[in-house]
Design a protein around this ligand. Sequence first.
Ligand SMILES: [Mg+2]
Length: 383
Amino acid sequence: MKITKVTPIFCDGGWRAFTFVKVETDEGLVGYGECTDNSAAFGVAGCVRDLEPRLIGKDPRAVERLYREMGHRFQHNPGGIAQKAIAGIEIALWDIKAKALNFPLYELFGGPVNDKIRVYWSHCGTYRVRNPELYPDKPALKTYDDIARLGEEVAASGYTALKTNILTPGEPPRMLWAMEQNIDTGILKTIDRLMSTFRKAVGDKVDLCLDLNFNFKTDGFIQIARVVEPYNLMWLEMDVYDPAALLQVKESTRVPICSGESVYNMKGYLPYLEKHAMDVCMIDLPWNGYIESRRVAALADTYEMVTAPHNYYTHLSTFANAHFCASIPNFKIMETDVDSVPWRDDITTEIPDIRDGYLHLPKKPGIGIELNEKEIARHPWPK
Ligand SMILES: [Mg+2]
């Protein structure tokens, strides 16, 4: 079997481009991967094009060898956009290999460890605040009572955990996305009220997480950790590129700390793991690929750390992540977006089977889902 074509594919994702890779072969088998980036779709797609000549004519089933060849091509550009492109292609190669063998992909990874995967409702309220035009049927978040109703919606849906961001209800509601990275009393009060409202609304039925992203420096993260201590969070999440700074936050609080979504490869994670700088290790599969994600999870396991995959993309990524989650021993919970663009269900051939807060594993060969390219063509990017 030989690779004949490697193509990046864009689809309008509302505020970003959903970015996929299609790998075609001379035997008619096709593999799909997702490597959606929220700000550099053209950069990722450009790297996919740069890699294509290296792959044409090669056997797609020799995944580890092709992974090394792609890494060799980008050896002066490790991580970042280059790794995302490699990951998108590598995920598609695994899809082809598992389809050729007629197994669900987790079988090749020695799985499944579990038949169902616990998932949480991520960006709870975030997208409704950010792009209300995409959710005309959802209630506006004008008051803290509306936030409480949102918490009740999550509990009623069967999800047992949610994650939110720094939202302020109002007309219009606002989301904090600060370049200054400075904390102030107003932000602390907003976070206090937001998390106390969610906790009152869901009681003990739903675990809560708050993602602070890159919004603060260490002093801000530490002050926020103190504010949310009474609300018994499953984790407080943040992105920090200095392991010692992250450890400083972790040691300042009783709240479990989750981090890692923007880190690449074992070499990138090792300094965080060696320091035990976080309680929960987040790994992004579409940005790292299976080979590195599984190695990072194994490395985290040696440091007695649980992993929680980062997944805020399309159903293709959710299916791909299911195989990753089903084949690692230290899995905790997987991210999933309930709110998305209204056409998300149409652009793939399958919809995840999520019941009572658990994703039931796909059973079809490969990753178990295909892109509906006809439907994708109806939602072009750029718009
Ligand atoms: Mg995050």
